[in-house]
Design a binder for this molecule. Structure first.
Ligand SMILES: Cc1cc2nc3c(=O)[nH]c(=O)nc-3n(C[C@H](O)[C@H](O)[C@H](O)COP(=O)(O)O)c2cc1C
Length: 385
């Protein structure tokens, strides 16, 4: 298929999702698209965002709209970054590089997952330092500490500790497809790859993706996706805070009580997230948690929001309900799955354009002026903000 033509077919995240579904092996598409348990929370995250209605305002000169945002001491061209996602090169060969290039071009941060298919050092070089490092704590805390040392040496200024995966929730589609890292190549997987030759040939040429931070580690060589992270507790957080002198974000917080306690541990920001519905399937939607956490933390404490964002209006909604910055996850992978770097560019452009238009239609010129005033009154009451 002609690449330019494919990108021209992308007018929304949903368009990219449909195209990616056809172009990617089923096992890989399901890994990206899937969620935990009954899989309803992923959809509910976006539906809950959609239910929040904004208040249009008229007769204001909105010719000079600005969507630049200062966050944690840096100015970014847009109020969103790329959420950490493990093993992105499974979506399409070279996806990590596409993400790094796009972040650099847009002056927005990309979060490099501990389980990324490119080493944190290489990602730093590719993005020219436009990146933050995300970590989990496995049984062996030494690995986490080693990665913090490596990140510091390389020049990373921001680390994210993800705390909402003490154990992995069941992912039915991955189990059905026999998804494992490294691959388990049986007849079903062989058929899946054979019927998606572009992906398969590209992957053979580019190299079978591996979690490269592990492969370049002095301490731990093997990534075991299902390994328990259950021993992570408040003492882990204290040790990480003591070790990491840069900015520290705690990701995966949904309870106001936890958020307050985490703030008291001296972290720099909290990321309200239910992991895009990939953990506790019966959890509340992320946007429901956001205003409650904003209320608990006070108006100035930095908050990032993710889970369910599918367009620029969703970002404006989240900023209106108390976020300072946002992260986008699956939509980026849909763009790449649909049409590589061009598909990713389309998704970012669509989000940017919608952000600016939404800002103008709620009567504002500067994204910094977004507050709960833009949310229609009934929804403010509902969300107790
Ligand atoms: C394929 C995939 C891999 C992910 N891997 C990680 C990861 O390694 N670390 C992490 O903190 N979150 C990970 N996440 C969660 C995202 O960072 C983010 O919280 C979520 O995708 C946001 O929801 P959205 O996809 O609806 O935008 C992953 C999500 C996806 C879709």
């Amino acid at each position: 298929m002609n690449n330019n033509l494919t990108s021209k077919k992308i007018h929304s995240v949903e368009d990219a999702r449909s195209l990616a579904k056809k172009r990617m092996p089923k096992m890989m598409f399901d890994f990206v698209d899937g969620a935990s348990g009954d899989e309803k929370l992923c959809e509910s995250n976006s539906k809950a965002l959609d239910q929040i209605r904004l208040q249009p305002r008229v007769l204001r000169n909105i010719e000079k709209r600005k969507i630049k945002k200062n966050f944690l001491g840096s100015e970014y061209d847009q109020p969103f970054g790329f959420a950490p996602m493990g093993m992105c090169n499974l979506t399409w060969p070279g996806a990590d590089k596409m993400l790094a290039d796009e972040c650099r071009a847009n002056n927005i941060p990309m979060c490099v997952s501990m389980a990324s298919s490119t080493s944190l050092e290489k990602m730093y070089d590719l993005s020219q330092g436009n990146c933050w490092l995300q970590l989990y704590n496995f049984q062996d805390e030494e690995f986490l500490m080693e990665l913090l040392d490596r990140a510091h040496e390389k020049g990373y200024k921001v680390a994210i500790l993800t705390v909402d995966v003490p154990i992995q929730f069941r992912r039915a589609k991955d189990n059905k497809n026999g998804f494992t890292v490294p691959f388990n190549l049986g007849p079903k997987q062989f058929f899946d790859f054979a019927t998606h030759p572009l992906w398969s040939i590209g992957t053979l040429m580019y190299g079978i993706p591996k979690p490269m931070n592990y492969h370049t580690s002095k301490k731990v060589k093997k990534f075991v996706r299902s390994e328990s992270r259950g021993s992570t507790d408040w003492n882990t957080l204290k040790r990480v805070r003591e070790k990491w002198k840069g900015k520290l974000i705690i990701k995966g917080v949904m309870s106001p009580e936890d958020a307050t306690k985490i703030k008291d541990e001296g972290v720099d920001a909290i990321q309200v997230s239910n992991h895009g519905g990939r953990q506790l399937d019966s959890a509340t939607t992320s946007i429901e948690a956001l205003p409650l956490i904003r209320n608990a933390l006070g108006k100035d404490f930095p908050i990032i929001f993710d889970s369910g964002i599918r367009g620029g209006s969703d970002i404006v909604r989240a900023l209106g309900l108390g976020a300072d910055f946002t992260m986008v996850g699956r939509p980026l992978m849909y763009g790449i799955g649909a049409d590589g770097a061009k598909g990713l560019r389309r998704i970012v452009d669509i989000i940017k354009e919608e952000l600016s238009t939404t800002l103008g239609l709620v009567g504002l010129n500067d994204i910094k002026d977004v507050s709960s005033d833009i949310i229609a009154e009934r929804f403010i009451r509902e969300f107790k903000y």
